[in-house]
Design a binder for this molecule. Structure first.
Ligand code: P6P
Length: 338
C-alpha cells in the first residue's frame, strides 16, 4: 500500500519548499518564487548538458573568463540562463557568478531582497569527457537599504538562508538546504519535476574515503601531509581509507555527503589560499555539510565563519564527516601549539 501511496503523493521540490515556507508565517512566498527560478535554470542546464555532445555545444567559446580559463560554450550558456532566471524572478538585488568578474546589480524595477552567489557550471573542464558537473548556489537575505552594495555579497557563510547544488550526471539531482536539514530531489524528465528522493540526508559520523588531488602532495603544509599519511598508513591498526577523487567538486561532495568521509582542497605553496572559491564553492558546500551533521574547516577556522573581502577569493577547505574533519582540526591545532 505504502508504495502506491508514494507514487500518487508526489512531493515535488516546489511543494516541499511551500511546506517549509508555511513554517515561516512572515514570509510572503518570495523565497519559493526565487527557488522556482533557480530550479528552472537547473532544468535548462540539465537538458543542455545532456544534449552537449549532440548539439556540438562543446568547444571553446573563444573567450576566457575572469579565472583566465578557456570558457566553453556550456559555461557561457549556463551563466546567461541563471543570470536571466534570477533577474526575472524579481526577488534578487545583487548576484555574484564565477563567470563574471564584477557583481551584477539588478535593475531597480526588478529588485528583491535576496543576494545569490553561484557557479553556473562547476567542474566544466570535465564536460568533454562526460564526467558529472554541477551548479552550486548560495542565498543571502539583504539588509534593507536603498542601493545594493558589494558588502551585501561579502557576508560570512553562516548568514546564508539557503544553499544547494544540482549535479548533472547519470541523473539530475538537486540537493538543497533552507536551514533545517538537507533534502535531495531527482529530476523526473517525463514530468519535468524534481521529486523528493533523498529526504533528510545525514552524513555518516565517520567515513572510509578521503578525496584530494594527491598530485599536489609535494606542496602541502605539514598538517595536511600528516593527515593524508594517516589516511594511507593508519597507526592505530585500523584499515586505510580509500582514495576517491573525481576532480569535479559537486560529484566529489555529493559522494562524500551520501557515503561519508572527507573532501579536501588544502592550501599549498603554489596556492596559499587553495583553489576553491569562498562564496560559491566553499560556503554552499560547507552549509550543506553542517546541515547534514558534518563540518567544514579552512585550516584556521570554521569555514562558515570566514568573512570574505573579495567576491572571487579562495580558501583551503576540509569538509565532510564530523569525526574525520575533527582529526584535521586536531593536527592544525597541534601545529599552532608547536
Ligand atoms: P584540481 C573544477 O575545475 C574545480 O573547480 C572543482 O570542481 C574541483 O573540485 C577542482 O577544481 C579540481 O581541481 O586542481 O584537483 O584539478
Amino acid at each position: 500500500h505504502s508504495a502506491d501511496a508514494y507514487r500518487t503523493d508526489l512531493m515535488t521540490i516546489t511543494r516541499f519548499v511551500l511546506n517549509e515556507q508555511s513554517k515561516h508565517a512572515e514570509s510572503r512566498g518570495d523565497f519559493t518564487i526565487l527557488l522556482s527560478h533557480i530550479v528552472l535554470g537547473c532544468k535548462f542546464v540539465c537538458s543542455a548538458v545532456n544534449k552537449a555532445g549532440l548539439a556540438k555545444l562543446i568547444g571553446l567559446a573563444g573567450e576566457t573568463n575572469v579565472q583566465g580559463e578557456e570558457q566553453k560554450k556550456l559555461d557561457v550558456l549556463s551563466n546567461e540562463v541563471f543570470v536571466k532566471a534570477l533577474v526575472s524572478s524579481g526577488r534578487t538585488c545583487i548576484l555574484v557568478s564565477e563567470e563574471d568578474e564584477l557583481a551584477i546589480v539588478v535593475e531597480p524595477s526588478k529588485r528583491g531582497k535576496y543576494c545569490v552567489v553561484f557557479d553556473p557550471l562547476d567542474g566544466s573542464s570535465n564536460i568533454d569527457c562526460g564526467v558529472s558537473i554541477g551548479t552550486i548556489f548560495g542565498i543571502y537575505m539583504i539588509k534593507d537599504h536603498s542601493e545594493p552594495k558589494l558588502e551585501d555579497a561579502l557576508q560570512p557563510g553562516k548568514n546564508m538562508v539557503a544553499a544547494g547544488y544540482c549535479m548533472y550526471g547519470s541523473s539530475c539531482t538537486l540537493v538543497l538546504s533552507t536551514g533545517s536539514g538537507v533534502n535531495g530531489f531527482t529530476l523526473d524528465p517525463s514530468l519535468g519535476e524534481f521529486i523528493l528522493t533523498h529526504p533528510e540526508i545525514k552524513i555518516p559520523k565517520k567515513g572510509k574515503i578521503y578525496s584530494v588531488n594527491e598530485g599536489n602532495a609535494r606542496n602541502w603544509d605539514a598538517p595536511t601531509a600528516k593527515y593524508v599519511e594517516k589516511c594511507k598508513f593508519p597507526k592505530d591498526g585500523s584499515s586505510a581509507k580509500s582514495l576517491r577523487y573525481i576532480g569535479s567538486m559537486v560529484a566529489d561532495v555529493h559522494r562524500t555527503l551520501l557515503y561519508g568521509g572527507i573532501f579536501l582542497y588544502p592550501a599549498d605553496k603554489k596556492s596559499p589560499n587553495g583553489k576553491l572559491r569562498v562564496l560559491y564553492e566553499v560556503f554552499p558546500m560547507s552549509f550543506l555539510m553542517e546541515q547534514a551533521g558534518g563540518q567544514a574547516f579552512t585550516g584556521k577556522e570554521r569555514a562558515l565563519d570566514l568573512v570574505p573581502k573579495k567576491i572571487h577569493e579562495r580558501s583551503p577547505i576540509f569538509l565532510g564527516s564530523y569525526d574525520d574533519v575533527e582529526e584535521v582540526k586536531a593536527l592544525y591545532a597541534e601545529e599552532q601549539k608547536a
